[in-house]
Design a protein around this ligand. Sequence first.
Ligand SMILES: Cc1ncc(COP(=O)(O)O)c(C=O)c1O
Length: 481
Amino acid sequence: MLHFLITAPRIPQRAWLWRYQGTGALLKHPGLTDQCRASNGRFVRTGPKKSRPLCTSLGGFWFPGAQARRRCLFVAIQASPLAPRWPQELPALVPFPGVGSTPSYHTRSHPAEVECHVVDLRSDTVTRPSPKMRQAMAQAKVGDDDYGEDPTVNELQRVVAELLGMEEALFVPTATMANLIAVMCHCRRRGAQVLLGKEAHIHIFEHGGIAQVAGVHSETLQDLPDGTLDLEELEHKIQQAHRSQYHPRPELICLENTHCSAGGRVLPLQYLQKVHQLAQKYGLQIHIDGARVLNAAVALGVPPSQIAQHCDSISLCLSKGVGAPAGALLAGAREFITEAWRVRKLLGGGMRQAGVLAAAALVGLNHVEETLKRDHDNARRFAQGASAIASPLCSINLAAVETNILMVRTLLPWLTPSKLCELMEAVSAEEVAATGQATSVRLFPWGKHCLRAVWHCDVSPRDTQLSGNKLRFVLDNCKQQ
Ligand SMILES: Cc1ncc(COP(=O)(O)O)c(C=O)c1O
């Protein structure tokens, strides 16, 4: 029996209804208590209707429109005895040719038969492996990486260690795990103090793993707008702890480069050097959360090793700018990586024939510099266009757009980040009439007054142009209303 779990958090008030069809399945909506019988993968447009609650209908399933379709998340599949109920002639998702480096998707979702083009700027993690990556994955030489026998993983580790100028690197499932392993290896004492920014990804978005699992104490400092920490404050905190028998013992400083919450800001090399000197003065280690360190290197125009020389360990995420489907690396000295291997095992991060993933990463790394340059150019071009609109409704700090991330600040209380995201994502007949395009731009509401757009390898210059047009249309519309 096929079993789908579909989440559709927002059901629009008025929406085109789509019949979701194919071989039967059980479908459960989190907002509903009942399970609806549905099918496996086809949406068929059935015409405009007022929205109805998700319901079963003649054994089929009514599903509101493209909006909800994009929000679907399918998990947990079992077999289904139910037979196909409708002919399968209409493809649910059709690659939209010529846009983006991998197909983005459109569907006929409008009465005027308008193609809705989706540009997903929520994160650089939404990329899909390119055809070359998929080919490399299919052909990858693999072995048991727990025995050190996966040649493709070994090659990736060698390539990344060299790229970062470190003795060795270790392939791990995620950058979150890479950061946690680093903290566990550097902080050998329970209750050791880690100094890091309040906005650091490690502190906010990694479930407090360094407290929960590593058993260390986080001493946070306010991140400055450029993603750096105030060096005087940093030194003061270290000194304070050193002088006192009441404070936890500081052992590690964690930096983030590029700094995600600051909007992809690049830590200056001089700053890294100063933190390094400070750490050496007081006998602390430095770990850089370098999930996007390659973006930083490209922005600075230096090899990544010039950044990594100022730390004892560094993580690098493969499922962001590199465009690989999964994986990260932790790099450092040989002894450190030997210990990291043991901790990875402890955390369940050994992945056996992981060469299939490493192969995709090697393809991405092959041309990562040009990919990231293009991402940065696109982000900057969008930012320039958006600034030129000079809207009273939102603003972008152009000077802060250094890499592939930009933050849009909303300026009026009624236009919340979520509202602006919603408007950018919605496609309407008015948009088609006004601009001749139907572009759904997905953004991420980041904070109370801020939303985030992130460029990646699946966003082309044309996508960027279309997104800029869409922003202009939305802001004009808001102003008129
Ligand atoms: C700065 C930073 N560090 C670490 C991570 C964690 O990466 P992963 O999703 O691979 O665990 C992210 C993910 O977005 C990030 O932005």
